[in-house]
Design a protein around this ligand. Sequence first.
Ligand code: ZN
Length: 344
Amino acid sequence: MKKKYFIPLLITSILITLSFCTTAFFYNKKHIPSTSKEVPTMKNSKTLDKALESSSFLEKNTTKYQEIDYIDTNQFIEKINKLLDLEYSTHEINNIFKYINEKNIEKMLTMEKINVHNYYQVPNFEVDKISRYEKYQNIHNCSIEEAVIKVNIGLDHDFYTQIELSENVDEYTVLVNKYHSLENYEPSDLVSLSYSSNYKLREKAAEAFEKLVSAAKLDNVYIRPYSAYRSYETQKRIYNNYVKKDGQMLADTYSARPGHSEHQTGFAVDVWSEGYNEIRPNDANWLKENAPNFGFIIRYTEENMPITGYIEEPWHLRYLGEDIAKDVTEKNITYDEYYDLYIK
Ligand SMILES: [Zn+2]
């Protein structure tokens, strides 16, 4: 061999040998169990132990059971089998049990596989609304968190088009809006306000309201109720009059349809400044700052209109109890959002 070829050939062969050795080294590291070639190592696995004890044990899933962290939940092995059948990976299954609530998991077992990883960090998602979330996100180009809350409220449909019954109508946390109706519900413990027996609220709300009025006086703010509890029939009359006067589209921005008014819960009261047919700006400011300390929120603000569907109503107070009223105000969100995130 000519001397001028020898050096390049030598270098090339060294390089080939080296790259072969490296590949072989990593290949071995990945694919051959470190202890012995013949007996594969069995991981210590509580899930596998439980599967072996269970009548639902499936031999084909033996190695998969080992990769799934044990969770103390109903029918754990049956759920794993079903999720594996639906072709969820063991990694996904671990996250499903870690992040997704039981109700959603139950529903997932009856559906085709979904892109579940999008929802691990969205605790208020509901598995049967996934196609609505995706549609909303595409139209509005928003985050998944926003799509979930907006769809949960119902905002992917027009107001008053998809109506559900309000739940827990006797609780002061009850949600009433353009998607939730009280129908002809009547509260049982209405009491008159001291200002006039024409105005009634539920006992707790009435007590809180009297305290609020007294505290306001100490700050030289004089307010009075001008509308409190309203029955379904009263609301119907009021709303129909507004529709006659302004047409339904406009009336809907400032008056609730019967069954959809917070006043029907007995937990809402409208206030005016004493001696005026309105709430004066100073008094409205006092309410904004102080009402939460007495358990009331200003339910309808200008910035919340896209969610509530109502124009600003600085006079409309909604009783939610001190803790929730303060929390809603601090978080600066609508009660509709708060309800979906923390109450439902
Ligand atoms: Zn009102």
